[in-house]
Design a protein around this ligand. Structure first.
Ligand SMILES: Cc1ncc(COP(=O)(O)O)c(C=O)c1O
Length: 307
């Protein structure tokens, strides 16, 4: 259990021991999912631990909160300092970071306005989300019977806790049926995204991904991959994608902070391209990991060094 290595949690402005970082069972967020959160990675580099695209993640944390009329009671500077203190106190060289802002205990009216706003940040080592082998050999996904919630039901570009029930249904069903991950379609039958990743396809050397018109979370990794792909000289088309596009792709890959860049080798037992990690996915994955390790000068601005 990776949590075993975490000794400290940042909670409401202070570092406290992991075992003391508790919330009462009457907390509003426990009952209704009334919180917003982030998932961020810190990578090991020659200059010590460095947090990948921290500014974009914290900006999204604020806009997610604003979309739910919450105000995070800490500035970006305070959160940045808190994350660096948390990594240093835990003595992590690389880790995953999970800030969360949520309604605590006060009332269980659905209206949360009588509940205090609490903020916590956790960190733990989380090497691979969709398996280390999957990053090389590719993963097997299924198209979920659950569709992605439509962004007019709740803002899909905000990263709110309660909306993950939709992802949980999809990924749990996929795993029970023997797949590694679920792809959700949107309410029009176009591709939306994975349960916790955005999707990219490769057709005849061209890279394609969709956008917020398909009820996706606009991923920080998605943005990084679009930049990397264009810098490598590939054309990146942002357009609606359907199931046929996925099944006829030469390559497909999922991207996200937890999943990083993970090739898809099969969809519902149908091989995608040659059924492994394709050459363009490999090139993009290599450049992405060079960037996260601080070995790609073009992207050093993407790293926030902890010390
Ligand atoms: C539903 C969903 N889509 C996409 C992503 C990828 O976003 P990011 O690259 O910012 O981690 C995530 C990440 O957790 C997600 O939960």
């Amino acid at each position: 259990m990776a949590f075993d290595q975490s000794k400290w949690v940042w909670m409401n402005g202070k570092l406290i021991p992991w075992d003391s970082a508790n919330v009462h069972v009457s907390a509003h967020a426990l009952h209704y999912g009334s919180g917003v959160f982030e998932g961020i990675r810190c990578y090991e580099t020659e200059k010590g631990p460095a947090v990948f695209r921290l500014d974009l993640h914290l900006a999204r944390f604020e806009t997610s909160a604003a979309a739910h009329a919450m105000e995070i009671p800490y500035s970006i500077e305070e959160l940045t300092a808190g994350i660096c203190d948390l990594i240093t106190a835990n003595e992590f060289r690389a880790c995953y970071i999970r800030p969360i802002c949520f309604y605590g205990s006060g009332s269980l009216n659905v209206d949360p306005s009588k509940c205090p706003i609490e903020v916590a940040m956790l960190a733990w080592p989380w090497a691979s989300y969709l398996s280390a082998e999957g990053k090389e050999a590719g993963i097997r996904v299924t198209v979920s019977p659950w569709i992605k919630f439509q962004s007019k039901m709740m803002p899909s570009t905000a990263k709110a806790s309660g909306q993950y029930i939709n992802s949980i249904l999809a990924v749990h069903d996929a795993v029970l049926r023997g797949f590694d991950e679920a792809i959700l379609l949107d309410n029009q039958g176009n591709l939306a995204e994975g349960s916790a990743e955005n999707i990219f396809l490769v057709h005849d050397g061209r890279i394609r991904t969709n956008d917020l018109r398909h009820s996706i979370l606009l991923g920080v990794t998605r943005d990084s991959i679009i930049n990397i792909a264009r810098d490598l000289g590939y054309s990146v088309e942002i357009a609606a994608l359907n199931l046929e596009d996925l099944l006829s792709a030469d390559e497909a890959f999922l991207v996200g902070t937890a999943a990083e860049v993970t090739p898809v080798r099969e969809v519902d037992n149908i091989k995608i391209g040659a059924g492994g990690r394709g050459p363009i996915t490999t090139k993009i994955q290599q450049t992405f990991f060079a960037a996260t390790a601080g070995n790609e000068s073009k992207y050093t601005d993407w790293l926030h060094y902890v010390r």
